[in-house]
Design a protein around this ligand. Structure first.
Ligand code: ASP
Length: 294
């Protein structure tokens, strides 16, 4: 039985349910993560991933996504890609069909179209309404511009084979062209069958500066459990990156034996888990009040 993790309460449930369904139809562990993220991207009620997410200051949704396979360190990513769903599928094609690691912006979109995806308008009426609210009064929405937690980062472990993937629209009302940690290998995700996989969600600028996912995987390589490794990364971030104390930065990790952990710099964080055939959600609180992991 694999272990599969997905971030945040509402989107994590959507993603994990789809991933478990894929597992039950004999999909590979990386395909399970891809199915999970594609389902979350397609859900218009989730406002920081895929369809119906909140746009940049120009009113355009720009998506970031990534995948990594710990078996051979192969990875693929897209960033600032407009009008294409599922973004995670395009990231997977970058990994499988090109010699490159990342495609950006219009050229990521062109690559997606060349591979058979039709562009579409991802803005819902609700997203348009929120964009106009922001245009009319940016200050009133500033508080949630980078604190909407619908980014989904997923990790999987199947018999010592670890994988990681992430998908997001990033900050609401971000500067056009802004790219966060999620599509950056080592920042938003990292997976290595020698030590484990880790992922991140939250304030991407700070998570990227910390190389949060790579840092966490390397801590496992040095002998820490997944939970200890996440705690160590969060301690480092709160010490070295003061903005991470104001806006949540979360890391999650899975070890080669399927044990897992997560930690957050601020506010409660909910992690969806599939382990030993059961689906459940765990809460992590900042600092020493984190609950213990399985
Ligand atoms: N890390 C993402 C970004 O900064 C957003 C998030 O995870 O909430 O783009």
């Amino acid at each position: 039985m694999p272990t599969i993790l997905a971030t945040w309460k509402e989107p994590g449930q959507v993603a994990l349910d789809a991933a478990v369904r894929a597992w039950k139809s004999n999909s590979s562990i990386l395909d399970c993560l891809q199915s999970g993220l594609a389902a979350a991207e397609d859900d218009p009620s989730l406002i920081a991933i895929g369809r119906g997410s909140l746009p940049n200051t120009d009113g355009e949704i720009e998506l970031d996504a990534s995948v990594m396979d710990g078996a051979d360190l192969s990875a693929g990513a897209v960033c600032a890609m407009r009008g294409i769903l599922p973004a995670v599928q395009v990231a997977r094609w970058v990994k499988d069909r090109t010699p490159h690691l990342m495609l950006a912006g219009d050229q990521a979109r062109r690559f997606a179209i060349e591979n058979g995806i039709s562009p579409q308008n991802l803005m819902t009426q609700e997203a348009v309404r929120r964009y106009h609210d922001w245009r009319n009064d940016p200050a009133s929405t500033a508080s949630y511009a980078h604190s909407i937690h619908d980014t989904v980062t997923m990790l999987g472990c199947d018999s010592g084979h670890v994988v990681a993937a992430s998908s997001t629209s990033g900050w609401a009302f971000k500067k056009p062209g802004r790219v966060g940690d999620s599509p950056i290998i080592g920042a938003g995700i990292f997976a290595d069958n020698e030590s484990g996989a880790a992922g991140a969600t939250g304030l991407g600028e700070e998570l990227w500066k910390a190389c949060a996912s790579f840092r966490t995987v390397e801590a496992m390589r040095n002998g820490l459990t997944p939970q200890e490794a996440c705690d160590e990364t969060v301690r480092y971030m709160t010490r070295r990156l003061p903005a991470s104390r104001e806006t949540p930065c979360v890391v999650l990790a899975v070890g080669l034996d399927g044990s897992f952990g997560a930690a957050t710099t601020k506010d409660p964080f909910h992690l969806w888990v599939f382990r030993d055939g059961e689906v459940f959600v765990e809460e992590r609180l900042p600092k020493s009040s984190s609950v213990s992991c399985h």
